[in-house]
Design a protein around this ligand. Structure first.
Ligand SMILES: Cc1cc2nc3c(=O)[nH]c(=O)nc-3n(C[C@H](O)[C@H](O)[C@H](O)COP(=O)(O)OP(=O)(O)OC[C@H]3O[C@@H](n4cnc5c(N)ncnc54)[C@H](O)[C@@H]3O)c2cc1C
Length: 519
């Protein structure tokens, strides 16, 4: 079966929804797909802390300076300037004025503007500690009232279509490379459909699931990075995986994130004896950049042999803490931790991919007709490390620009004719869940131990032998398997893990989130 659309958006997080909305409003017919049955399932819906606006006394130049400092000198200055100038006004016009996202207000009825680690002043707006969910709900409501957008859930992109390689006409082999849509698995039916599109926008989010401990949603397994890699798109800065320093350490809590804003509001990191340890690592103490904090925690844990450290906010008034962090309060309490009365056990966890598919200011990749937006992309904004609360803003702004630009190309060039594509040939062997489970365990623990917070040449080369061997096995397994979410995800997981590893091996100097030590 074949579906045709003008603009195809793959992924329904903040970046994908915004891209779809912008493209439709600019006149394009849009198909927005997500592999999940619930369009809310995403990293966006997990975002707690907030999104950057403009605080009192703030300027685009100040925001630029903070982003450049966090990025450890390798941000793309043009991308940073673009976000600092155009990002906050878009939050104001689209999210606040038009959609009325329920951001918190202060007692005077003004927006409650808060500060986070490594920002030089308060400039973050939040909706309790469920900011991403509130934004997503508003975006999804806006999408539903847009007649040019069709949202289809349960459609998982398997591979990007290459015009020369997948065209049914063999002579198209001689045409230049261009993206023509995707093969997509109808997850419920098990069929793989051909979805052709004049413009394709990848918005598949991050890759935290390739690590043992991660704050990311289950869908953040690097599908977009792997698909773009197979198509030959340029990938950039993949070695810079940011680890969040504070995920709840509890066997059943799925590394629930304890927001950075808690440290912004005065919580401090202590060891099991209650001693504050961050001042010995950085002059900003517990408000130091997150990779510094994450490595400091790992160091404390290694030195003491303790399985975790603690984040202490008990010095703040209990009622205030419950009001400011209702979701964290409630979730920790479910696991037996009353954050108003006791320190929270925490460990670091893989959190954010600063790198991804290389794009320009309109989200264009190196492959014609393919754009990438949000966490799957690398705009150059984050350089070697991300400043807190800038990623939702990046997804919003680049999603918006990419959507408008995709529609502009269609308006200028007219509707192109895409030749019929070869149908996907599906194999039939059932997938053995034991293989999937064990292969994921190997990927995750190899990446955690050898390509994680602290890398050494020996660890990286050990990871290469393990993952190469595993890739061989997985690809052999994939070629015969009946298509399913599990086997598609595993194939993408190993590809993305190797792409991150190659990037780490190619970069011989420590910088930001890529931290190397001698053997
Ligand atoms: C716990 C947590 C807290 C965070 N807090 C903040 C914060 O306070 N402020 C901030 O700025 N940033 C925060 N971040 C980061 C931010 O949430 C993400 O970077 C951002 O939401 C990514 O948006 P996205 O649209 O690119 O991807 P996502 O929101 O992850 O959406 C990806 C979409 O792609 C779909 N998808 C994936 N693969 C496929 C496929 N093969 N086929 C079809 N669909 C697919 C998914 O189902 C999903 O719909 C946080 C992240 C986490 C994990």
């Amino acid at each position: 079966m074949e579906i045709k659309t003008q603009v195809l958006v793959v992924g329904s997080g903040i970046a994908g929804c915004t891209a779809a909305l912008a493209a439709a409003r600019a006149g394009a017919e849009v198909l927005l797909i997500t592999g999940e049955t619930d369009p809310l399932e995403s990293n966006t819906a997990r975002a707690q802390g907030g999104i950057v606006l403009r605080g009192p006394g703030d300027t685009p130049e100040l925001l630029e300076k903070d982003i450049l400092t966090a990025g450890a000198g390798i941000c793309d200055p043009e991308a940073v300037r673009h976000l600092a100038q155009h990002g906050p006004p878009l939050v104001q016009s689209l999210l606040i004025q038009e959609m009325g996202v329920p951001f918190n207000l202060d007692p005077n009825g003004d927006l409650d503007i808060t500060e986070e680690g490594a920002h030089s002043l308060p400039r973050i707006v939040h909706a309790e500690d469920l900011t991403g969910r509130a934004i997503m709900q508003s975006l999804l409501t806006a999408l539903k009232s847009e007649p040019r957008i069709a949202l289809k859930t349960g459609l998982l992109a398997v591979d990007l279509l290459s015009l020369p390689d997948h065209s049914a006409n063999r002579l198209d082999l001689y045409r230049p490379q261009a993206c023509a849509g995707v093969y997509a698995l109808d997850v419920a039916a098990g069929d793989v459909l051909t979805v052709t599109a004049a413009q394709t926008i990848l918005a598949t989010g991050g890759l935290g699931q390739i690590y043992l401990h991660t704050t990311n949603s289950r869908v953040a397994r690097g599908d977009g990075v792997a698909m773009a890699y197979r198509l030959g798109a340029r990938l950039l800065n993949l070695e810079y995986v940011q680890f969040h320093p504070t995920a709840l350490f509890h066997p059943d809590a799925n590394r629930f994130l304890i927001s950075e804003s808690m440290r912004g509001e005065g919580a401090v990191l202590v060891d099991q004896t209650g001693r504050e340890f961050m001042p010995k690592y950085h002059p900003q103490g517990s408000l130091a950049p997150r990779d510094v904090v994450a490595r400091a925690i790992q160091n404390e844990m290694l030195e003491s042999g303790a399985p975790c450290v603690y984040l202490d906010i008990t010095r703040k008034d209990a009622a205030w803490v419950r009001g400011r962090f209702p979701n964290i309060y409630k979730t920790c309490l479910q696991y037996g931790v009353d954050i108003t009365a006791q320190p929270i056990p925490v460990v670091p966890a893989a959190h954010y991919a600063c790198g991804g598919v290389a794009v320009d200011l309109s989200g264009r990749t190196t492959i014609p007709n393919l754009r990438a937006v949000g966490e799957v992309s690398c705009t150059g904004l984050h350089g070697a490390n991300r400043l807190a609360s800038t990623s939702l803003l990046e997804g919003l702004l680049w999603g918006w620009n990419a959507g408008i630009d995709a529609a502009r190309v269609l308006n200028e060039k007219g509707r192109p004719t895409i030749p019929p594509m070869r149908p996907f040939i599906a194999e039939t062997e059932p997938v053995d869940p034991a293989l999937i489970f064990q292969d994921w365990r190997t990927i995750k623990s190899t990446m955690w131990n050898y390509v994680g917070l602290t890398r050494t040449p020996r660890r990286l080369s050990r990871a290469l032998s393990i993952l190469r061997e595993l890739q061989f096995e997985i690809l052999a397994f994939y070629r015969k398997a009946r298509p399913s979410d599990a086997i598609i995800g595993l194939r993408n997981g190993i590809t993305t893990a190797l792409a991150v590893l190659f990037a780490a091996q190619r970069n011989p100097s420590s910088c930001g989130a890529h931290y190397l030590q001698e053997d």
